[in-house]
Design a protein around this ligand. Structure first.
Ligand SMILES: Nc1ncnc2c1ncn2[C@@H]1O[C@H](COP(=O)(O)OP(=O)(O)O)[C@@H](O)[C@H]1O
Ligand SMILES: [Mg+2]
Length: 151
């Protein structure tokens, strides 16, 4: 069981539930408020599943006051909160794993920080085992809801 399981809000503890966008945002803000560093959160899901929407909500709950944008083109965005530095990483455009070294991946994932990673599967074996995994997937026939799986 991941060490961070206790920070996941109770209603998600048993697995899957479907959420509207506002419910997802509310859940993410709660998760951010309950988080303390160091914490690595991975968010998997297809394009448009809501990974960035959730990452922004977690950042807001964690106390990031700046505007959080999608890091797709820069791979890593760095923010600050009173609790710690926040790294929002999007590995979608990662071409080879030596690029992980260039973005300072090993330092990032071992920093005293909140680290949110979209497309974590692209890090392969360099993804630390101790992380909080979150997955978002589409609901057939309902474009306004997603299946949220955490922990
Ligand atoms: N229940 C939902 N949860 C999250 N996003 C939703 C939901 N329903 C619709 N959306 C829309 O889906 C899109 C998700 O985009 P984004 O968060 O950038 O996805 P990703 O980062 O996974 O590619 C947004 O346009 C958002 O408004
Ligand atoms: Mg995204």
């Amino acid at each position: 069981m991941p060490a961070h399981r206790h920070i996941v809000p109770a209603r998600a503890a048993s697995g899957q539930l479907t959420v509207s966008e506002s419910e997802l945002v509310e859940w993410g803000e709660h998760l951010g408020r309950s988080s303390s560093p160091p914490l690595l959160v991975t968010i998997t899901g297809e394009l448009g599943a809501g990974k960035t929407t959730l990452a922004k909500a977690i950042c807001r709950g964690y106390g990031v006051a700046e505007d959080v944008t999608s890091p797709t083109y820069s791979i890593v965005q760095q923010y600050s909160s009173e609790r710690s530095t926040v790294y929002h990483v999007d590995l979608y455009r990662l071409e080879a794993s030596d690029q992980l070294t260039n973005i300072g991946w090993d330092e990032l994932v071992s920093a005293h920080a909140l680290v949110l990673v979209e497309w974590p599967e692209r890090a392969g074996a360099r993804l630390p085992r101790n992380h909080l995994p979150i997955d978002l997937s589409y609901v057939p026939d309902d474009p306004s809801r997603r299946i949220l799986f955490a922990g």
